[in-house]
Design a protein around this ligand. Structure first.
Ligand code: SAM
Ligand code: SF4
Length: 335
């Protein structure tokens, strides 16, 4: 490795999140419209191209790779890609290979993921009520996801649950979700709903449930102990004294933690977003595709992109409209 990737604000970039597909077997209302138009397959990076791309970042000092989407486990042959990344874990170049999933395919793939070196997965579950689950995901079925959780834990994967905080939807499940996770020895993270994609007739401001409020409600039942732990992202953690469980809060809206940001995001078509909340991106597909035999130009393009990483983003609901909104869907950039 030559020089590690350092951005203009002296932040080392050690974490790459990669969306491997924009497709999904769910249609969560805050993420997708019911009839999404997906990208033509030819625009997607092939599995070999994803390998080259990720390996180039790892060669430049990226230590943590998170695979996301869309739903990463619906991409055909995705295990081939996971298995290819195992070599970077084996060599010590990569510290962690992980994924964020809706859990629908975990029953099938949990063992293969563990064998490829994955040790932790984030599974998104916003509600434990079957009817509400079907409503929020439109196409998802809770029992299938719960079987996926069982399979993941049986395979030895550590599971963390992600839930999007939605006013009037899962406010009443704050405690039951915490108890469900504690009983299964799973940590959990609450995420503020972000103004991504075409809002259409979705009422994103009305759905917004501030995590400050959520935290206050949690503190009525549990004693919250602030943890100093930082992962370079917009998450802050507490431990519940009563259960010992860790709860995270991802608050891109009520707080910005951009000063410690260590991450960039690659779309499934090869565009690098230096900030989730900004439109600026660098298209890495031409330097990748036009130079099939060498990664020198690609590495230069990556460096040039990191040199443009902005200081922070501007999401803001305080004026009762979703300011700082970006037009692309979360499934495109990868949440
Ligand atoms: N399909 C996988 C899943 O659902 O975990 C991975 C991709 S999904 C885009 C990643 C995460 O982004 C999920 O936890 C999802 O709940 C979250 N997400 C999607 N749209 C969001 C939004 N508008 N605001 C906040 N979080 C969102
Ligand atoms: Fe699919 Fe995940 Fe988006 Fe839900 S949040 S539609 S599961 S990509």
């Amino acid at each position: 490795m030559d020089m590690p990737l350092i951005d203009p604000f002296a932040r080392p970039i050690s974490y790459l999140r990669v969306s491997v597909t924009d497709r999904c077997d769910f249609r969560c209302v805050y993420c997708m419209t019911e009839n999404m138009t997906f990208l033509p397959k030819k625009d997607l990076l092939t599995l070999e191209e994803l390998d080259r791309m990720c390996s180039a970042f790892i060669g430049l000092g990226v230590k943590k790779l998170r695979i996301t989407g869309g739903e990463p486990l619906v991409r055909r042959d995705i295990m081939t890609f996971f298995r290819a990344m195992t070599r970077h874990l084996d060599s010590g170049a990569l510290d962690e290979l992980t994924l964020t999933t809706n859990g629908s395919q975990l029953e099938r793939f949990a063992g293969d993921l563990y064998a490829a070196g994955v040790r932790r997965v984030n599974v998104s579950i916003d509600t434990l009520d079957e009817e509400k689950f079907a409503r929020i995901t439109r196409w998802g079925r809770l029992p299938q996801v719960l079987r996926g959780l069982d399979a993941a834990q049986a395979a030895g994967l550590r599971v963390k649950i992600n839930a999007v905080a939605l006013k009037g939807f899962n406010e009443d499940e704050l405690i039951s979700l915490a108890e469900f996770c504690a009983a299964r020895d799973m940590d959990m993270t609450w995420i503020e709903v972000m103004p991504m994609g075409d809002l259409g007739n979705e009422d994103r401001v009305g759905q917004y449930w501030s995590l400050e409020d959520l935290r206050r409600q949690l503190a009525q039942t549990y004693t919250l102990i602030d943890l100093p732990e930082r992962t370079g992202g917009p998450a802050r953690y507490v431990r519940l004294q009563e259960s010992g469980q860790k709860i995270g809060f991802i608050t891109p809206l009520s707080h910005n933690f951009c000063e410690s940001c260590n991450r960039v995001r690659l779309t499934c078509t090869g565009q690098l977003y230096m900030c989730l909340g900004q439109e600026d991106m660098a298209d890495l597909r031409p330097p990748l595709r036009n130079h099939p035999d060498s990664d020198t130009v690609l590495a230069e393009a990556i460096r040039a992109a990191i040199a443009r990483k902005p200081k922070g983003h501007d999401f803001d609901y305080s004026r009762q409209k979703p300011d700082g909104q970006v037009s692309r869907h979360m499934s495109h950039t990868g949440g």
